[in-house]
Design a protein around this ligand. Sequence first.
Ligand code: PLP
Length: 372
Amino acid sequence: MSHSLRQEFPLLESCVYVNSNSTGAIPRGAQTVLERYWDTLRSWRDDAWLGWHEELDAYVSTLERFIGATPGSVVTDANLSTLLSRVASCFAFRPHRNRVVITDREFPTIPFVWQAQQRLGAEVDIVGDGGPVIDQAELERRIDERTLIVCVPHASFSSGATLDLASLVRRAREVGALVIVDAFQSVGVMPLDVTALGVDFVLGGSHKWMCGVGTAFLYVRPELADGLEPTATGWQAGEHALSFQPATAWAPGAQRFAGGTPFPLTALVSRVGLDLLAGVGIEAIRAHSLTATGRVLERAAAAGIPVVSPAGPERGGVVCLDVPDGEAVKYRLAKRNLICSWRGYLRIGPHVYNTLDEIDEFMDALEQEWHR
Ligand SMILES: Cc1ncc(COP(=O)(O)O)c(C=O)c1O
């Protein structure tokens, strides 16, 4: 991790920030984008839309390269929930193929979206025993000929548990089920090659490990996209939307999962962080992440603080610790400008811009809390 990369993130000047699993730090280049946006608004001409559409397309192309997706296979929108609901709206849940298999380690939007489909005949099967780890073997056992969709996290938001996606996709293929991956907690910190994985849909967003704000994305496997017709839709999903004529056909590829008028600002800001990450390269980011989380694990073990995340090389970007009264601990640490988050466990998510000295400073303070 270079000193010059660190300089790009002003937030790091005021605190030890190990909270990128919740909200990533925003690079200083965002300020120029915001000022340019204001210039566009205050001297408004309708042609600005054309420029914005081009910039949105450029953001999507960068994102596609970042996750190994082919051109035209990614679309963006305001949040993951909106995009997942559009995906869900493509399916008829027929009695013999109506199951949606999820885990009990999902971000709350996942069960909520799928349970809403129960009215249309979906049967939601939640795998898990309430523990922090996802039992991959049990998950794969539960996928059978009745399974229409498997919708799982690449890395869990609450425990940091990860899944072997390649193995999961193989099992789903055996029985003809589709795989949807919520990669919000992995993209930007763990390598993800959607084409190599052969996964059907991948969703994620910019405001955590991608160092952006307020925009989410959906990848749809190209061979699948053209056969799908979401009922939750909008004019930008139609072919030649910018002709402003009633659409007679769907847009090709992932664009058919678009909705209404996009809000370009979030993609423009998010592009700055994405370019920085792409410049570092995901393999180098991952290597740094493993070193940084390795230091958290070492320090936790030495202090006797229980770790609930996987400790091996399959771990994600976050280390979750089982600290009694963790939420109060989080607030006390924040008062000392040591920033992490709490979701049932204390979550420590260092990113490419954190130093090992910062990890030590954070863990010194946490150790004091532990012995309090
Ligand atoms: C795994 C995961 N999925 C989804 C989300 C958010 O979904 P949405 O963009 O719909 O708010 C989060 C966190 O905000 C998350 O951690």
